[in-house]
Structures are given as structure tokens and as C-alpha cells.
Ligand binder design. Structure first.
Ligand SMILES: Nc1ncnc2c1ncn2[C@@H]1O[C@H](COP(=O)(O)OP(=O)(O)OP(=O)(O)O)[C@@H](O)[C@H]1O
Ligand SMILES: [Mg+2]
Length: 237
């Protein structure tokens, strides 16, 4: 079906044994926005992201990304993924890690790797083994790995856990610039001030979308002052 949506998912169900991680979920994400996924631990955020990426397959339902049915090889090279648990090679240097992901995506060039490392402000540690970096620095390297092939769709699973406020603001400024360049971002977060910066939000609860809208809409609908309060009210309904 033709659609202007960057992501369209219908009737998604994903089971792990007796656990229903995603439970009949419909989702539409417009291109060039940042869509935030909120929800308690175990509500299905990471599972949903992995389904959208085509890393795991749904038991039921369908997903279309940029007009292509997931999973799709072409699509994979256009998507960037920063997983919740960082997938970095501790023994390799920053440059080697970023180069590895660039090669994996068939997008390797030394200037591009260098530029991406600069973007996340890690140029001074480019030759350090990842094992010698701080937690926040590892996050930055992971972001570089997700960005190095210039994806048009970016999936970020709690990208700023353990990242200091200054760098967190820099990350988000960069996400905004990516949106302006037409990149669509899906981000999982528990941080409410980050949620405020998302174009739209989806509240996940037990594998279902409980509520959806802008932060302002969600606050208004819940009759809440803060997003956190709105979130708690929706979850207890
Ligand atoms: N590979 C797996 N095998 C078995 N169960 C899984 C697997 N992945 C996720 N689950 C289960 O699916 C449910 C949803 O997990 P998921 O990781 O998607 O939650 P989440 O919303 O990302 O949580 P968090 O905020 O803690 O990251 C949980 O009950 C989890 O135990
Ligand atoms: Mg998760």
C-alpha cells in the first residue's frame, strides 16, 4: 500500500515463549521527525525497535519502512542502530570500531570515519582501545558507529544513559540537525526532558501503544502538568 509514512506497522505481535512482548501494535511515523518511545521496563520498546529494524521477525503483522516491506537488505544499509547494550569491540580502538561498522555497511572511507569521530567529539581518543574509555565515551563511539554510513533512518535505544548533561544536549542538538536533513529518528528513553524534545511520543504499556501525540497533547489529555505525571496517569488507567 503506498504511504507517505516513513514507518508503518500494523497488527504487530511478538512473542517470546509465553511472554507477549509486543501485543497487537499499530504505528505510523512521519519522515524527518523524532519519534520517542516511552514506557516502563519490559513494555516492549527494545523489541519494537528490533522488529522495525528487521533484526527479529514478528509472529503477526507487517512493517513497511520507506515503502519497503521489512526485512529488506536495501533497507538495512539505510538504517542506523544504537543498541541499548553497546555492541563495541573492547580490544579495538575507536577508529577501528567505527571503521568496522562503516565496512559492514559498505560505506568505508578514512575521511568519513574521521569526520564521524569528530562529530561525537572523540578525535582526541581515536587511537584508544574502547576498553580504556569511560562509559559516556563508549556511548559516543556507539553513536558514531550508528551514524558512520549516513543512515536516513536512525534507531536509538536509550542513547544517553550515563551521558553527562552537556554531551546529552549536544546529542540532541545533533538529532535535531539530522531531522532537518530529513533523517527519521526513533528513540527509546526514560528521560522526560528528552521526551519533551521529541516531535511525537508513543507511550508503550505491556506491548501496546497506550497513548500517542506530542508532549503537549499528552499532558493536556491526561490533565497533567508534567509529562512524567501524564505518563503515570496513562499507565495506571
Ligand atoms: N530475546 C528475548 N527472549 C525472551 N524474552 C525477551 C527477549 N527480548 C525481550 N524479551 C521480553 O520481552 C518483554 C519486553 O522486553 P523489552 O526489552 O522489549 O522491553 P523494554 O521496554 O525495552 O524495557 P527496558 O526499559 O527495560 O529497556 C520483556 O518481558 C522481556 O523479558
Ligand atoms: Mg529496552
Amino acid at each position: 500500500m503506498p504511504t507517505d509514512l516513513a514507518i508503518q506497522a500494523k497488527g504487530l505481535v511478538k512473542r517470546f515463549g509465553s511472554v507477549v512482548a509486543v501485543n497487537g501494535l499499530d504505528l505510523g511515523v512521519e519522515p524527518g521527525i523524532t519519534y520517542g518511545l516511552l514506557g516502563p521496563n519490559g513494555s516492549g520498546k527494545t523489541t519494537l525497535v528490533r522488529l522495525l529494524l528487521g533484526v527479529i521477525l514478528p509472529n503477526e503483522g507487517s512493517i513497511t519502512v520507506m515503502g519497503r516491506r521489512v526485512p529488506d537488505r536495501v533497507l538495512r544499509s539505510q538504517m542506523g542502530y544504537m543498541p541499548q547494550s553497546l555492541a563495541l569491540y573492547e580490544d579495538l580502538t575507536v577508529t577501528e570500531n567505527v571503521s568496522f561498522y562503516a565496512r559492514l555497511m559498505d560505506a568505508y572511507s578514512p575521511p568519513r570515519v574521521e569526520e564521524t569521530i569528530q562529530l561525537v567529539d572523540m578525535a582526541s581518543r581515536a587511537r584508544s582501545a574502547v576498553s580504556t574509555l569511560s562509559g559516556g565515551m563508549k556511548r559516543r563511539v556507539s553513536l558514531a558507529c550508528a551514524l558512520v554510513h549516513r543512515p536516513v533512518m536512525l534507531f536509538l535505544d536509550e542513547p544517553t544513559v550515563g551521558v553527562d548533561p552537556q554531551l546529552r544536549a549536544q546529542f540532541w542538538d545533533h538529532f535535531q540537525r539530522l531531522n532537518q536533513q530529513g533523517v527519521t529518528i526513533v528513540v527509546c528513553t526514560h528521560v522526560m526532558d528528552e521526551a519533551e524534545r521529541c516531535t511525537r511520543l508513543g507511550l508503550l504499556h505491556q506491548g501496546r501503544l497506550l497513548a500517542e501525540g506530542t508532549a503537549r497533547e499528552l499532558r493536556a489529555r491526561a490533565g497533567a502538568e508534567t509529562l512524567e505525571e501524564a505518563f503515570l496517569r496513562f499507565s495506571s488507567q
